[in-house]
Design a protein around this ligand. Sequence first.
Ligand code: ATP
Length: 320
Amino acid sequence: MSSALQQTATDADPKAALKIERKALRARQSEEPLGSGIKAEGLSVVYRNGNVALSDATFSIPTGTICALVGINGSGKSTLFKAIMGLVPVARGTVSILGQAAGRALARNIVAYVPQNEEVDWNFPVLVEDVVMMGRYGHMGFLRRASAIDKQKVDQALERVNMNEYRHRQIGELSGGQKKRVFLARALAQEGQVILLDEPFTGVDVTTEDAIIDLLKSLRDEGRVLLVSTHNLGSVPQFCDQVVLVNRKVLDSGPTETVFTQQNLAEAFGGTLRFHVLDSNELHDDDDQRQVTVITDDERPFVLYGDDDIENSQEPAKRV
Ligand SMILES: Nc1ncnc2c1ncn2[C@@H]1O[C@H](COP(=O)(O)OP(=O)(O)OP(=O)(O)O)[C@@H](O)[C@H]1O
């Protein structure tokens, strides 16, 4: 199909557009050696109190991918991020990043981490632009004197997340969504090739969420790897190419189409998910037997039309 025809077809049918986008991505990914982005093998983390937060976790995420990390509260998502960042000791197993040991990748400053809001001391008196400049520290010398390039990268990062006008504010004075954008700007200024985002949509309004998703997609298209933990199940098929489902271990991982299924979600969330089903009798007067299933972890729900999974669901996922 010519690109003009393809454009017309996809304008009319967003589901077709998403499929074409995914197909192009698959083609790009098939050229990458598997695990060239983030690769975990047999990763286990045991906290000092004996709590096994993660056991024998194995998965691979290619470069140029947005991967969702999905699981219930306490399933080990933050622990996985911290293990990748070297912030908690790993009991067993290995992590490699862009084909090298995680420690080496961290030393090369190619991994950026956007923590959960609760992990940050917002009372610490620091200006927005100084937080973003922290992303440049790994590029500076011992005295941490910012060069013209460092300042330019900070300016560009603040522009890209639309936070330039807040640059002289104290970070603690910002809203939840604005704080998230500042930490994203810090990751951009760092020029990390691998970006870990721990619940970037918590406390964020829908407009900001959409802006963050667009930014993540553009970072993906630049070839970066993004691992994003989220409870917004409805957003996952909209912007994530892959999913890692966790509950103290990896339950499943791989392409969103095959992993983010009703059955897998039920397994990952046990009895904690809310399932609402409107069957065909409540929806239609005709013979159409399809039902609407709403699956929610109390943030944006995942909505399925018919009893099939993503391939046949309404995409992008509907907000209800
Ligand atoms: N410092 C710690 N010491 C001991 N146990 C911990 C520590 N931090 C987390 N845990 C435990 O490890 C398990 C995994 O916690 P983790 O914070 O990784 O979960 P999570 O999936 O990020 O949860 P949430 O969705 O609530 O953010 C939980 O049982 C938690 O209580």
